[in-house]
Ligand binder design. Structure first.
Ligand code: SAH
Length: 223
């Protein structure tokens, strides 16, 4: 039986619960220990963030294609980045660069007061907005634009998360962090990147490498 957009099919519901639980187990084994992050990963309907043809694989711990050469990030990576962002203090406002499917956006919107999310591909930007309104996440502002420039209007942010890899830490983004604010982003060239956490201090920045990850590159301009 095909998956329905509203996920109301009872058979699917059963399967989803079991497969979601298995995913949460896997995240815990991989070191995710924030009860809030685990709860949100268990609750959110990731199958609504991928094409229907891929919905049966939505609770596997893998990245999946979302069109335009982009991917929905691996659940472990989403959980790890969210945990790294929230570890010290719960930010009130978070800027996300690279909305993509909107799944990471939904995770953040479940945990902080307001999320600002920027995507450079118009079709992804539009689709993500529809999905997030379908699951009734209303504390998000979306923007179609080049996220490498940040989003000046609402800066400074207590948290910034970047879900595509720049070569180095973009200065413009770091400057939109509030003092005490935390930015989590993949950095580097080629297929492997370093997941980096940047904290804005009163004078300057502190930087820490968390682990090795793999992302699509941060591009410039819009499409
Ligand atoms: N968190 C998303 C990840 C999507 S992949 C998810 O799990 O679905 C990264 C996204 O970043 C892509 O949608 C890509 O179009 C977007 N992106 C790349 N460069 C960007 C830029 N300069 N500004 C805004 N979005 C960008």
């Amino acid at each position: 039986m095909p998956l329905t957009m509203d996920g109301l099919d009872p058979g699917i519901g059963m399967t989803s619960r079991r497969t979601r639980e298995r995913l949460v187990q896997r995240l815990m084994e991989a070191g995710i220990d924030s009860p809030d992050v685990l709860r949100v990963m268990r609750e959110l309907p990731r199958h609504l963030f991928v094409d229907e043809a891929l919905a049966s694989r939505a609770y596997e711990d893998s990245a999946l294609p979302i069109g335009h050469g982009q991917t929905i990030s691996q659940p472990y990576t989403v959980a790890r980045m969210t945990q790294a962002l929230l570890e010290y203090a719960r930010p009130d406002t978070v800027l996300e660069i690279g909305t993509g499917s909107g799944f990471q956006t939904a995770v953040l919107a479940s945990l902080v007061r307001r999320v600002y999310s920027v995507e450079r591909v118009r079709e992804l930007f539009e689709r993500a907005q529809r999905r997030l309104s379908l699951i009734k996440k209303r504390n998000i502002r979306f923007r179609h634009g080049d996220g490498a420039l940040g989003w000046h209007e609402y800066a400074p942010y207590q948290g910034i998360i970047v879900t595509a890899a720049p070569r180095g830490v973009p200065r413009l983004l770091a400057e939109q962090l509030a003092t005490g604010g935390v930015m989590v982003l993949p950095v580097g060239e080629g297929a492997r990147h370093q997941l980096v956490r940047v904290v804005r201090l009163e004078h300057g920045f502190e930087q820490e490498v968390l682990e090795s990850v793999s992302f699509v590159p941060l591009l410039t301009g819009v499409s």
